[in-house]
Design a protein around this ligand. Structure first.
Ligand SMILES: [Zn+2]
Length: 209
């Protein structure tokens, strides 16, 4: 990753244009780590030591992907529907930005205190990895891939349907102080099965009413 950042810079500090060296340049976070900026190429810049030491720790740029027009338009309706009935269905074409949209819904609902974590169910392991990378890179939301419980600092989990069974969920529920998460997860499993039963109308975003 370091090499990638250096190559993009063309050997010059991306802040002051001074020449930098591949062994000594600083890979600086554009959105600061303490504010949720992740260690991904898009959020790193090749800087000279001086630029990094004089600007370190603050946000220089917001490198999150800005919502597309349809995402802005659909967001309010979908959030409102989930608040009211716990369920909303969004059907979008491949490449339309479904993962980013899901993250936007989560971020919006977390900001208003309605939820505190995100759980994603995907049919295959390759999709688990794709979800993990996509929401981290695009929205700086970090989901623990393949785990039932996120680590400290992560925002939730992304798992396959198959990985969710009574055993894995039960083991976690038996750990001390985990009852809240346990019931949270089972609630998500219930709503996920309801989601799959809903009829999806291609090309339409479900709106309130
Ligand atoms: Zn510099």
């Amino acid at each position: 990753m370091r090499e990638q950042v250096f190559l993009r810079s063309g050997g010059r500090c991306e802040r002051c244009s001074q020449e930098i060296d591949i062994d000594t340049f600083h890979a600086a976070h554009l959105r600061a780590h303490r504010n949720g900026g992740p260690l991904v190429v898009e959020n790193l810049a090749a800087w000279c030591a001086r630029c990094n030491l004089t600007t370190g720790g603050v946000d220089v740029a917001d490198t999150r992907v800005f919502p597309r027009q349809w995402q802005w338009r659909a967001l309010e309706g979908v959030v409102e529907r989930i608040r009211r009935s716990q369920v909303a269905t969004v059907a979008a074409a491949p490449g339309a930005g479904k993962t980013v949209f899901a993250s936007l819904v989560f971020e919006d609902m977390r900001a208003s205190g309605f939820v505190d974590r995100m759980v994603v169910f995907a049919p295959r392991r390759t999709l688990v990895q794709q979800w993990h990378e996509s929401v981290l890179r695009c929205r700086h939301v970090e989901l623990h891939p393949g785990g039932e419980v996120e680590r400290r600092g992560q925002d939730g989990v992304v798992v396959t349907y198959q990985s969710l069974n009574v055993q894995t969920v039960g083991v976690h529920g038996n750990r001390p102080n985990c009852n809240a998460r346990y019931s949270c997860l089972t609630r998500f499993i219930k709503s996920a099965s309801r989601l799959r039963l809903e009829r999806v109308r291609p090309g339409r975003v479900t709106s309130p009413n």
